[in-house]
Design a protein around this ligand. Sequence first.
Ligand code: NZQ
Ligand code: ZN
Length: 366
Amino acid sequence: MIRAFGGAKALVHYGGGSAVRSGLLERVCASLSEAGVDYVTLGGVVPNPRLSKVREGIALGRAEGVDFLLAVGGGSVLDSAKAIAYGLANEGDVWDFYSRKRVPSACLPVGTVLTLAATGSEMSNSSVITNEEGWLKRGLSSSYGYCRFALLDPALTLSMPMEQTMSGCTDILMHALERFFTREAQGELIDEMTYALMRTVIRHTRRLHHDLSDLDSRAQIMWASEAAHNGMCGDRTLGDWASHQLEHELSGMFDVAHGAGLAALWPSWARYVCSSGTARFAALARNLFDIRMPDDEACAYAGIDAMEALFREIGMPVRIHELGITLSDEQIDLLARKCSYDHSRTIGKIKALDEEDMKNIYRQAR
Ligand code: NZQ
Ligand code: ZN
């Protein structure tokens, strides 16, 4: 497959060791050798992948004449591979693209053997990198950022421990939710597909919470992670994404698992903005949790309670302190300053949130 996309020498990128322990990396390398594809390896990607590793990959890729990136791991490994691919295909500092100073005009081809169902990066045009200088976590979305192929074998996800599995399931649910909270009507079909996707994710998340070795549920969740983030459930750019923006600052500064960070923030975000989108929240409550209250407002808040209860049920935090972080007022100010890009932007579609709103939500979630 790498050859079919013009690759002659691949950089095989992996994480902290799970792909080594499972024997997957060895199998991948053997398969490359068998296919006559030259390769070099670079491991050590950490969750919330770092810019320094990206720079290391770019230097290695240049020295070795790499023309293809193969990510073997989860979303962090894949996002790091995408960043290296941007760095190798463009002149100058790759961080410029993430800090929005410049836009990329090319990217080396990227493929992945995925070991974790969560981010949907294998189907999205996004990549999220953390710069250790200032602990800024920034996303880059561009039409060059799609994978050429993604090999999805749910059996590879069986070794994921409980917390990581539940965190991944939460992220998938949130990708559908972020798109659902839009001001632009995307049509009945998109809404109905979104409800079906979310119900399926909830059902199989519960099954996995009971039994991590349920291969059918692993497969349903993996498939859902694609559908949640590939545009089938609504255009990404029309969605709300405030919870994601708030969370990226949290995981950038405190290195928490992305899905867990989302669970810790979402209930507070939802209650903060609910009155600006009552009908949408009520529709979610009725279609997802079968809440039958005739009054929209009561129904909307009951739906938020139900989502929070679901997060609790699967062991996710629903407040920031449950992540083991005690936020000071100064830290909240800093999170909001970073999230507002130094007082220069608002976030969110259901309700546009300025820096003060961001502080209020962090405070309520604390
Ligand atoms: O490093 P290894 O040893 O591989 O361990 C990883 C890591 O510790 C482990 N793991 C992966 N597959 C495993 C496994 N452990 C046992 N068995 C397996 N089969 O899981 C840990 C977490 O991995 P990571 O890749 O960090 O998780 P995830 O896939 O949730 O990726 C999270 C990152 O993606 C970003 C997040 O912000 C975060 O930085 N996102 C990327 C998006 C995108 N590109 O479209 C969208 C998302 O909203 C998100 O922001
Ligand atoms: Zn996410």
